[in-house]
Design a protein around this ligand. Structure first.
Ligand SMILES: *Cc1c(COP(=O)(O)O)cnc(C)c1O
Length: 521
């Protein structure tokens, strides 16, 4: 029972007397609805079971197949009618444990190397539960969650060599971070924010032809248009060709276009290539453009003393996008955008309103509103899982994890080179290894079909999950390695499985035409 009268000290040290009114007993009280449990003890028991089961799930990953197709009954389970009546939490949990938990994408498994997908951590998972329990929304208002996010952003600046005065925002991921960085760029050089696109100069954005599609989509959304993204060829190492970039800018200026920004790639999705960011920054400086860096996973290389030189120049970006949920292993989803000039960032998004305004004191006193730095007003407490994960391991260990993954990728590249049936199809400088199965006498189309079938069989076997890409017109296996659970032996297992499945397919081919593999798929 609270005291009828309680005293509070406000911020200025004044003593304020407050009467806390006790409601009189209300006969209707028992009929008032709430979503909280009637029986806290049973939800507590269920909660403990959930924690135990989740930790077991993570601990026993290695014993399970990486991935399996979703069974038909599970698909059917998820076509239920809209629930109109209540279901007991215990029942719902059992349904989850039976139908949902056992059929993941596989990215928490030590032999998952598909796309570029992080694996999460146990503490990160627990942090999600705590963040949801506090359930803050980080648009504004005086609350400590804001300070946690500000602290995380400050750490991001330190990790990436950005000035203390830079601004930043945690977002859903690098796609959103790219959009925000490029919005700030556009609004810096144009008044689209007020005037719209009419009568605007025809803006142009430049970057490697290997860049991620989220850049193109951002330009589509920003009204700049996909055709004004100028894709620059790369060298043999898949790094953007600086001379061709300069030529393209000069040519555009001569033709009356308005060059706006250069996008640097710190880790391309296809091969993990890192552009010469210092050289790009020089071009941007000479041309007075905006320098945005997409460092979704590769920016994290900055944490390794051994590899840091590869992203030299990243600290010169006007805006930098990178992910926590990929190579920093924080559970989905969370990425970060940093903007060098705080005012540029604010000018691009701040939207003053009375209902979000500030008071001198009280809950609206805090003057920092994340809602003024991006698209979202209501925002989850993503910062907590990042804060906890960075503290749990410390930045040095993340640097060593990056080095370990790069060394493991080199190990796989060596294995591929030593395996007669396999061909390494791109230099593996970082954490991405692209290779394919070679069969003498097959033409290009047959090889593509053969590798596609082999990859699908490998994934369905549950032994390992690479995905594919197309390099120089060839269908190739792609191992994108950001997995903190992989061991060297896992790459031996991968190569062994590829050889075995390939040999089986070759045996089958004695009876079936190779062209038919495409039909089988
Ligand atoms: C993954 C990725 C993105 C997109 O990031 P999301 O977090 O998936 O939104 C952008 N660029 C690169 C290079 C990526 O690897």
């Amino acid at each position: 029972m609270p005291d009828i009268e309680a005293s509070f000290d406000d911020r200025r040290g004044n003593e304020t007397r407050v009467n806390l009114c006790q409601p009189s007993p209300n006969p209707q009280l028992s009929e008032e609805l709430t979503l909280d449990p009637q029986d806290w003890e049973s939800i507590r028991e269920l909660g403990h079971r959930m924690v135990d089961d989740m930790l077991d799930f993570m601990r026993t990953q290695r014993e399970k197949p990486v991935w399996q197709p979703i069974p038909r009954d599970v698909r059917e389970f998820l076509t239920q009618p809209l629930p109109s009546e209540p279901t007991a939490p215990e029942t719902i949990y059992e349904e989850f444990a039976e139908n949902i938990l056992p059929h993941p994408l596989g990215n928490t498994h030590p032999r998952f190397w598909g796309w570029v997908v992080g694996g999460g951590t146990p503490l990160g998972a627990m942090a999600e539960m705590m963040a949801a329990t506090m359930n803050p929304t980080l648009g504004g208002g005086e609350q400590v969650a804001t300070l946690v996010e500000l602290q995380v952003i400050d750490w991001c600046k330190q990790m990436m060599g950005f000035p203390h005065t830079a601004s930043g925002l945690l977002v859903s991921g690098c796609s959103k971070a790219n959009l925000i960085g490029l919005t700030v760029a556009r609004n810096q050089y144009t008044d689209v924010r007020n005037k719209g696109m009419r009568n605007q100069p025809q803006l142009r954005v430049y970057g490697s032809k290997e860049m991620h599609f989220s850049i193109k989509r951002a330009l589509e959304m920003l009204g700049i248009g996909a055709e004004n993204l100028v894709l620059i060829p790369t060298d043999a190492d898949y790094r953007v060709d600086i001379a061709q970039l300069e030529a393209a800018i000069a040519q555009d200026r001569a033709a009356g276009y308005e060059p706006l920004a250069v996008v640097g790639c710190a880790g391309t999705v296809n091969t993990g290539a890192i552009d010469d960011l210092d050289a790009l920054a020089d071009v941007v400086e000479r041309e007075n453009l905006w320098f945005h860096v997409d460092g979704a996973f590769g920016a994290v290389v900055a944490l390794s003393p051994e590899l840091r030189h590869r992203v030299k120049g990243i600290e010169r970006a006007d805006s930098l996008a990178f992910d926590f949920h990929k190579w920093l292993h924080v559970p989905y989803d969370v990425g970060c955008v940093l903007v060098r000039q705080h005012e540029d960032h604010l000018r691009a998004f701040a939207s003053p309103s009375h209902y979000m305004g500030h008071n001198e004191r009280g809950i609206s006193a805090d003057t920092y509103s994340f809602g003024d730095y991006g698209v979202q007003l209501s925002r989850s407490f993503r910062a907590l899982k990042v804060w906890m994960t960075l503290r749990e391991h410390g930045i040095e260990k993340f640097g060593r994890m990056v080095e370990q993954n790069v060394e493991q990728a080199q190990y796989l590249a060596r294995l591929v080179r030593q395996t007669p049936e396999l061909e390494l199809v791109a230099p593996a400088h970082l954490n991405v290894v692209c290779f394919r199965y070679m069969v003498p006498g097959m033409d290009a189309d047959e090889l593509d079909a053969f590798n596609q079938e082999l990859l699908m069989r490998l994934q369905e076997s549950g032994v390992a999950v690479p995905t594919y890409t197309v390099l120089n017109g060839q269908y190739v296996f792609r191992v994108a390695h950001v997995n903190h659970r992989s061991r060297y032996e896992d790459f031996d297992i991968l190569v062994g499985a590829v050889r075995e499945i390939g040999a089986t397919m070759l045996e089958e081919m004695q009876t079936i035409n190779v062209g038919e593999y495409r039909m089988l798929a």
